[in-house]
Design a protein around this ligand. Structure first.
Ligand code: ADP
Length: 460
């Protein structure tokens, strides 16, 4: 499934995340504060009511309340409503403190969760405490109502203050954080602008680079990596252009020869018929050369996107098979251990080996031996093809693997070749997870070494 594009800027995302976080934190803190303050206030109301209840019981003299003594117990008594019901042996009696009768004329409802809290629409919320005492054959039912309205007002003020502070804090914080986020974003925005500037240029060169800011580290690393990618892509494009121009150049030479001889035959063929066979032979040779070149070019371009199936192969079986297929009068010596298993693609490995044998045959006297040997080096296998020919000068050793490179063209002029054989071998070696290099052979000649991964339990 394709991911939906999300084009919100970092500044927007950071601001939104901050505001959400701030709201969550503030809500949590507010609830905690309100909860703690609420519990504390209820607790203090409970203590007050317990003290009042004790004072109320004490203010009862001879089974009757002494309201004046009770009011002297403190300011809190003035704000409480009290009802005392005395259920005695003779008559039942109910006593009310001042205003209690009026207070109780409205019906109070008990809140479902808190049995000690009662509510009345006109009076508000009250804390209710009851105590039943059996004394001298009488039952005293003491009831006290203490207003919770002040406490609720205080909680409302606290909640309003917190909401107000949160709103102001959120707005100011969002503004500050969006400024900060924009500042943090600036290096990235500068890079984007620089990239757009390059794209908008009329003549983009292969040397364009993004500016690499000193900081922050992530943006610096991004710019450096992007420049590396740009450099490697540009290098690839330059190589491809060079390849196309080299290929055209190489094709032009035989084509010019063919056209020259066709013109020669057309103009002088009738007058000098003896020239015709020679010209036809040259045309045939040049067209064969073109065919080889085109086949090699096609092989190379196919390899650009190829992937090879690699399996364990025993060189002790594969090398003799290739040598047997390679028909040449030149002596070939094979020095291999009894078994050496590599992880490779058989067809491509045979192609590499045949190419190296062909070159050894082409560039060395035909009576000198070619030696093929192999040995394990760490987790690799080194397969070498050594000859006793002229060798390859040091400065040309790495270049021989470049496309179209031929050492000293005057020397190899009469030896047919395209300069693509070793480039193909190097690409095939790379597709097999290996490399190819050339070193001097002793006492003379060159030694091509192909390294391949050893087939073991780790890379199977
Ligand atoms: P070519 O088609 O010219 O043989 P290659 O890519 O196979 O192209 O080889 C590139 C060049 O490397 C050759 O032109 C030749 O100059 C040199 N070369 C390759 N193999 C040998 C060798 N065994 N001995 C000496 N020179 C060699």
């Amino acid at each position: 499934m394709r991911e939906r594009p999300n084009r919100h800027s970092y500044a927007g995302r950071i601001t939104r995340a901050y505001v959400l976080l701030l709201c969550a934190v503030v809500t949590f803190i507010s609830m905690a504060i309100v909860g703690i303050v609420g519990v504390y206030l209820v607790k203090s109301k409970q203590d007050d009511s317990a003290q009042l209840m004790a004072a109320l019981k004490e203010s009862f003299v001879d089974g009757k309340p002494d309201w004046d003594a009770w009011l002297q117990t403190g300011g809190r008594a003035r704000h409480a409503y009290v009802r005392v019901s005395v259920i005695g042996a003779e008559t039942d009696q109910t006593y009310y403190s001042r205003n209690t009768r009026r207070f109780l004329s409205d019906t109070l409802t008990t809140t479902p969760l808190f049995s000690h809290v009662q509510y009345q629409e006109n009076q508000g919320v009250y804390y209710y405490r009851e105590s039943i005492v059996h004394k001298d054959g009488q039952v005293f039912d003491y009831e006290i109502w203490m207003s919770l309205n002040n406490m609720i007002e205080l909680l409302q003020v606290i909640i309003s203050a917190i909401i107000g502070i949160t709103l102001v804090g959120t707005v100011l914080g969002a503004w500050a954080i969006s400024l900060l986020a924009r500042r943090l974003n600036r290096p990235l925005a500068t890079l984007t602008q620089a990239a757009s500037g390059i794209v908008a240029k009329d003549n983009v060169t292969y040397h364009e680079r993004l500016p690499e800011p000193a900081g922050p580290a992530e943006v610096h690393a991004l710019a450096v990596e992007f420049n590396r990618l740009l450099h490697s892509l540009n290098a690839q494009v330059i190589r491809d252009n060079q390849f196309v121009s080299d290929a055209s150049h190489e094709l032009r030479t035989p084509l010019t020869a063919i056209r020259g001889h066709v013109t020669l035959m057309r103009r002088h063929g009738n007058a000098h018929p003896e020239l015709v066979p020679e010209s036809l032979a040259i045309i045939e040779a040049e067209s064969q050369k073109m065919q080889r070149l085109i086949e090699s070019l096609l092989a190379l371009s196919r390899m650009d996107h190829a992937q090879l199936d690699r399996v364990p192969l025993d060189l002790a079986a594969l090398v003799p098979r290739v040598v047997a297929r390679y028909q040449s009068t030149q002596p070939i010596q094979v020095q291999l251990p009894a078994s050496l298993i590599v992880l490779a693609n058989a067809e491509s490995l045979e192609q590499i080996l045949l190419g190296l044998l062909n070159n050894a045959h082409k560039y060395t006297p035909h009576d000198t031996p070619i030696t093929i040997s192999a040995a394990q080096v760490g987790q690799q296998v080194a397969l070498s093809v050594a000859d006793l020919g002229p060798g390859i000068p040091d400065d040309a050793k790495s270049k021989v693997f470049d496309r179209f490179y031929r050492v000293d063209r005057s020397r190899t002029k009469h030896i047919p070749g395209t300069g693509l054989g070793l480039a193909i071998a190097a690409r095939l070696a790379a597709l097999n997870g290996g490399t190819i290099t050339v070193v001097d052979n002793q006492p003379r000649g060159s030694c091509f070494i192909v390294t391949l991964p050893l087939a073991n339990s780790e890379n199977l």
